[in-house]
Ligand binder design. Structure first.
Ligand SMILES: [Zn+2]
Length: 840
């Protein structure tokens, strides 16, 4: 029986509005399952099918496909509003755009727009795929809104256009649902999946919102900052199982003082109504001012704060995916900022007493906060629109009319400079161009605060909750200074006259030669080199070389005509090559490295990011799981093996270190995913290096390699020392002339989030070791952006070390060279290590 066609037939027959409402299928009726029941989940394709049926049946619902996901699903949003607003969508979008950018708008005209405009409420669900409740709740809520005939709901839909995304990671929603269904009824029911729930980035899909590297982020960014311009954004998440039942704003400390205060006044007003409605409905365990801060711009709605949008977060306690959990009273815990001990306090007046918690509870709490935000947005529509307008006006007035940043076109990494300009444009930032190609970013524009935040250094506000030494620690990283991360020179200046509209420039690739020289210095060069190596011949200069009447530095790659032809299509804006007559004599053949990336079954995000970055730059990495490493004979198939940032315990055994006193239980994975490299894997890696392979260790994995290969290196920052850091940018001095550092400037900003730096010792004659980069001698010079404690402990220590013995090589990069694909300025360390693997 095809339920869908029956329902479609019924819909066609339906006549009056009342009959139509009665015939709009419920999610459970349409899908033939009890949505929200224990152990029952509609997967994303079912959710999409349901929303398509709603779109077909209801004039209040209109679907918009935002683009394809990484694995090819349709990412959609449902616009839900009154029939009249839906029909008037284009005009309402124009009004929202003018409110978001009120330049040239008179007072009277602005008043008219506020009267005419509707509040655009953007709600994103289920970015984290195990946080599944909201993807199910969204169907029930949409059905209720599409069918309601009561005056209050109709009034809300007259005032507000709801833009609802039931899942902004469809691929992961499908993966997790499949994994859950497969393990139902087994001892792994509701357990974690041994791989990432986003093909590349897993949980970090909510850390991508300023660099915009993933398709889903890009599609949502287009919808928000180029099409809809919502004034309010709610992102619905889930948290751990044994604390409060739901977090609603206000946020915890600290708050970024550069965000307009009206953002937080809107957020707090809405959050208070959420808590109010939850309590009225006898839902206990509601907390605010807990864990989640208002400082870091990496998450969905967070980035929006600097773009004048009132972004809210909710976090509901989790179950085991869709399987109920029972929390004993003694297991209830605080422990986070805002709730140290579990018990009643001002921000948490009615603690949940413990008991059974199920998917239906999650959906009920989410439904109440969703209705509550819709209520406040309808109730205060004009106020909230006026606030959005005021934030945009104030942002424009924050800076001098002529204040600007200049991104010079001619610089060491011109391609990086062009990429930075394009990224800002993708964010909806307005740029202008000078005749010489320099990009100018005026600060007196609606997103001026965002520009200033991303182009200048961070100084973390050391907020204290009580007198004493301890500060409130950052929630995630504490630095996002794009020029430092990208290795691009940017200067604060004033806008010159005579600028024109900015647009993406074409690459400038010389033609007409037999050979083409690519100077090192930009990570973007790797795209051309790798594509070229698949189409023709390339050679690399190991020392300064002359060709075509000029000197080329060590690391310059020369492509023959066939290689250049294969590479040309990969060139990006700002990239250039120069024609020379022939390969210079003093060059060596360059071969494409065969790269393996180690993948533990711990769903390592850094593994995913490493794979993503290497694929983006044309390295075609192969994945090596525990079994593949343990099988040995790695040298036959790989030149280089990269160990991503994974702790030595997880690499060795598959299990994290069990900290003293920690109560966290490590749940087992099915047998085929259990364990780590074990003894055989360690022996296979050692054999690989002895036979001439190159082992590249990123951040924490360096400790594994140091131990297993007994290298004359140690971590200089002992655990338990006073050193502390959260994702910050540190100054490192680079050793020139080594194959790993070709093209890098004398000083780079490295991204560091670990207590890790190296001491080396003089080895025996069989080992050659070079320090590739080190921290400055003066402690005061170490920190460039972010937050750290006790910089004197890392001063003068090595940041990166290369060791070789015979043909075998080891490269230890003691920082995050490709962190979340946000640090192109240090990609060359990783790429250089991979090319080094093919040299003799
Ligand atoms: Zn989450």
């Amino acid at each position: 029986m095809n339920a869908r066609s029956l329902i479609a037939a019924a819909l066609i027959l339906a006549g009056s509005a009342g009959a139509r409402a009665a015939n709009i299928p419920t999610p459970s009726g349409f899908l033939g399952m009890t949505v929200g029941a224990d152990r029952t989940i509609a997967d994303y394709r079912q959710v999409l099918a349901y929303f398509k049926a709603l779109d077909a049946a209801s004039p209040r619902v209109e679907l918009e496909i935002l683009g394809k996901t990484t694995l090819g699903e349709d990412l959609f949003l449902a616009a839900i509003s009154s029939e009249k607003n839906i029909a008037n969508k284009k005009r309402l979008q124009d009004v929202a755009r003018r409110i978001a950018d009120p330049r040239g708008l008179g007072v009277a005209e602005a008043d008219t727009l506020v009267r005419e405009g509707k509040l655009f409420l953007f709600i994103t669900c289920n970015i984290h795929s195990t946080e599944i409740g909201a993807s199910q709740m969204a169907m029930e809520w949409a059905h209720a809104l599409a069918t309601a005939e009561d005056a209050e709901t109709k009034r809300r839909l007259d005032e507000v256009v709801l833009l609802l995304l039931p899942s902004i990671n469809p691929d992961g929603q499908i993966m997790e649902t499949e994994w859950y269904r497969k393990n139902l009824g087994t001892r792994f029911e509701g357990g974690r999946m041994p791989w990432l729930y986003h093909h590349y980035v897993g949980h970090d899909n909510n850390r991508d919102w300023f660099m915009l590297t993933q398709k889903e982020t890009q599609a949502v960014t287009r919808a928000v900052y180029h099409e809809w311009f919502p004034q309010v954004w709610l992102d619905e998440h889930q948290m751990g199982s044994s604390g409060p039942r739901i977090f609603v704003p206000p946020y915890a400390e600290p708050v970024d003082p550069d965000i307009h205060p009206l953002v937080f006044r809107d957020v707090n007003l809405i959050g208070a109504n959420m808590a109010f409605r939850l309590e009225q409905a006898k839902k206990s365990g509601v907390i605010y001012g807990y864990v989640y801060d208002a400082y870091w711009p990496g998450g969905t709605r967070n980035t929006a704060w600097w773009k004048n949008i009132s972004g809210l977060l909710t976090e509901v306690a989790s179950v085991r995916f869709a399987t109920p959990v029972r929390i004993e009273r003694n297991e209830l815990s605080g422990g986070g900022k805002g709730l140290v001990e579990y018990g009643a306090q001002t921000n948490f007046p009615n603690p949940w007493p413990g008991g059974t918690w199920r998917l239906r509870d999650i959906m009920d709490y989410e439904r109440i906060v969703s209705d509550a935000i819709l209520e406040t947005c309808a109730e205060r529509r004009a106020d909230l629109l006026r606030n959005a307008l005021a934030r945009a006006r104030d942002a424009i007035a924050t800076f001098d009319a002529n204040a600007a940043f200049r991104i010079p076109a001619a610089q060491r990494d011109a391609a990086g400079a062009a990429r930075l300009a394009s990224l800002l444009a993708e964010h909806g930032v307005e740029l202008r161009a000078a005749a010489n190609g320099d990009a100018y970013v005026p600060l007196a524009q609606p997103y001026g605060r965002f520009v200033n935040e991303l182009l200048t250094a961070q100084r973390y506000p050391e907020t204290k909750l009580v007198p004493g030494k301890e500060i409130v620690r950052p929630y995630d990283v504490s630095a996002w200074t794009l020029p430092l991360m990208m290795g691009v020179g940017v200067e604060r200046t004033t806008l010159p006259a005579g600028l024109s509209a900015w647009r993406v420039a074409a690459p400038s690739l010389a033609t007409g030669g037999a050979t083409f020289a690519l100077a090192p210095g930009s990570p973007e060069t790797a795209r051309l080199v790798n594509a070229g190596l698949r189409g023709g011949q390339a050679r690399i200069a190991r020392a300064t070389t002359s060709a075509g009447g000029r000197e080329w530095p060590a690391g310059t790659v020369f492509l023959d005509g066939a290689a250049a032809k294969a590479a040309a299509g990969k060139a990006v804006p700002g990239q250039a090559w120069t024609a020379v007559s022939a390969f210079p004599d003093a060059t060596e053949p360059l071969r494409a490295p065969r790269v393996g990336v180690y993948k533990p079954w711990a769903a390592s995000m850094d593994e995913g990011w490493t794979r993503f970055v290497l694929e983006q730059y044309g390295f075609e990495p192969k994945t090596l799981d525990n079994k593949a490493v343990r099988a040995g004979s790695l040298h036959a198939s790989y030149d280089a093996i990269v160990l991503p940032d994974v702790t030595k315990e997880v690499i060795a055994t598959g299990k994290p270190r069990r900290d003293e006193g920690a109560m966290r239980y490590f749940s087992e994975l099915p047998a085929e995913y259990a364990g780590g490299l074990e003894k055989e894997g360690a022996a296979a890696l050692k054999d690989f290096v002895e036979k001439g392979g190159t082992l590249v260790a990123l951040s924490s994995s360096a400790e594994y390699v140091i131990d297993e290969l007994a290298l004359p290196v140690r971590n200089a920052l002992a655990r338990g020392s006073d050193f502390a850091i959260t994702g910050s940018l540190l100054r490192a001095e680079v050793t020139a002339g080594h194959p790993v550092t070709y093209g890098l400037p004398g000083e780079v900003a490295v991204f560091q989030d670990e207590a890790l730096a190296f001491d080396t010792a003089l080895p025996g004659a069989e080992i050659e070791r070079r320090v590739l980069a080190s921290y400055p001698a003066a402690a005061a010079d170490v920190l460039l952006s972010g937050w750290m404690r006790s910089p004197e402990l890392i001063a003068r220590k090595a940041a990166a070390v290369a060791l070789s013995s015979g043909k075998g090589k080891v490269v230890l990069l003691g920082f995050r060279p490709q962190h979340r694909a946000q640090t192109p300025g240090t990609f060359p360390f990783l790429f250089g290590a991979l090319y080094w693997s093919t040299s003799n």
